[in-house]
Design a protein around this ligand. Structure first.
Ligand code: ATP
Ligand code: MG
Length: 402
């Protein structure tokens, strides 16, 4: 196969390939960018593989950065662009079911392609657009199949993360996983226990954000990988119901919000499980706020205070989840109600603690905070106008609180 019209990203990188070749080494575009070009999808980053060793690349190009030189990767800086160039290599060892103990640089493209995970990711393309396809990756692309390069069982035993990657690609591309490869996952699912949760996390979230997330989730359940995912392992039947919905999500907060709503977990369970997944505190807070407003949407109890508290971003997250759950509600009305809030943040309140003290209404202390909070609530509930005069008058009436 020859790709007639190379996307701009490749054209820009062509001088790099040519320069390597002028020095009598081989160089190819490899991996995801080749796959996505054939699928006519936008490409993210262009990876280059070469027969030149890292030190040789560094003598050919003036400006390089050692981004991962021990694995053979050098970044070439070219007119403001950075290109990762990786020496052909084979891997062996894999005693921890994840990283190879040994990386050996080789001069053969085929050996390099052989260590790659799936046939559709083991394609290379030269500077003329000619595709090198040693493992029938083109055929699998045509048939929408994820298939391990070589023996699936062996490949997942080497690196168990590949099983999550298989499901992630199935979701992102809306592909099936070949029978033998799926079987390989089923038999090696337990090896996920050996993989750092951070790595599983990345693949799981990418899977849930893919166009065929419901399919991905079903695959995770069917292959029993679900049994090794923190907090989800005992909930296959509810997650199976979730996998029957049309899951279309836009960010990680929506992913967790949907899952925890469907599983009906409380805030402390949410906290506990997301900590196990090593999720950032920011995301955990956002998930809780999102679930909170989602509950209010479900119970038809959304009010100004709830909207103010959740903020627009998480309101939109909740709306997206509610759509997936096929809830009957008026999303536009909710957004409108939010946009009409008298204030969106505390800062917008037309009075400060300093004002209250200067006016001799209250001295520094807990009462000051209490009054400010009450003023804020009254404004949010549209019971008090957000202007200085009205706020001071109202505050004066609270003067005798204790
Ligand atoms: P994406 O669009 O998500 O970047 P990608 O195919 O480029 O998809 P990367 O994780 O960027 O995926 O990896 C680049 C290439 O490196 C893959 O296409 C594959 O050939 C190879 N690769 C990555 N991870 C593994 C792995 N765990 N085992 C074997 N090969 C891998
Ligand atoms: Mg990539």
């Amino acid at each position: 196969m020859q790709i007639k019209k190379l996307p701009d990203e490749f054209l820009e990188a062509l001088p790099i390939l040519k320069q390597i070749k002028q020095n009598n080494f081989e160089a190819y575009f490899v991996g995801g960018s080749v796959r996505d070009t054939i699928l006519k999808l936008p490409i993210h980053d262009v990876d280059i593989a070469t027969s030149a060793y890292p030190q040789e690349i560094k003598t050919i190009f003036n400006k390089t950065v050692d981004t991962g030189i021990e694995h053979g990767t050098v970044m070439i800086l070219d007119h403001g662009n950075g290109y990762e160039v990786t020496t052909f290599r084979t891997e062996s060892g894999y005693q921890d079911y994840r990283r190879p103990d040994q990386v050996k640089f080789v001069r053969s493209l085929i050996e390099d392609l052989q260590r790659r995970d799936f046939t559709i990711n083991a394609l290379a393309m030269d500077e003329t657009g000619t595709v090198v396809d040693k493992f029938n990756g083109l055929n699998d692309l045509d048939n929408h199949l994820i298939r391990a390069v070589g023996d699936a069982n062996e490949r997942f035993n080497e690196d168990a993360l590949r099983m999550m990657r298989a499901v992630r690609f199935a979701s992102q591309l809306d592909f099936e996983i070949s029978l033998e490869t799926k079987d390989g996952i089923y038999h090696n699912a337990y090896l996920l226990e050996k993989i750092a949760i951070e790595r599983i996390h990345v693949e799981f979230v990418k899977m849930m954000l893919g166009q065929a997330a419901a399919k991905g989730l079903k695959l995770i359940i069917d292959t029993k990988m679900i049994d090794y995912l923190p907090g989800l392992s005992d909930h296959s039947s509810q997650l199976e119901l979730l996998s029957k919905l049309n899951i279309q999500l836009k960010n990680e907060v929506q992913v967790w919000g949907l899952i925890f709503k469907v599983l009906n977990f409380n805030y402390s369970e949410i906290n506990h499980i997301l900590k196990k997944w090593k999720t950032s505190n920011q995301i955990i807070d956002d998930v809780k706020l999102t679930v909170e407003i989602l509950n209010q949407i479900i119970e038809n109890q959304v009010n100004n205070a709830g909207l103010f508290n959740v903020g627009k971003t998480n309101l939109i997250n909740a709306i997206e989840i509610a759509k997936v759950m096929e809830l009957n509600f008026d999303a536009d009305e909710l957004i409108h109600q939010y946009d009409q809030l008298p204030i969106k943040t505390k800062k917008e309140l037309q009075i400060t603690g300093k004002d209250l003290m200067e006016q001799d209404i209250v001295k520094p202390g807990p009462k000051l905070g209490k009054i400010l909070m009450e003023l804020e609530n009254l404004v949010i509930d549209e019971k008090l106008e957000n202007n200085r005069e009205a706020l001071i008058t109202a505050a004066k009436n609270m003067k005798d609180w204790n």
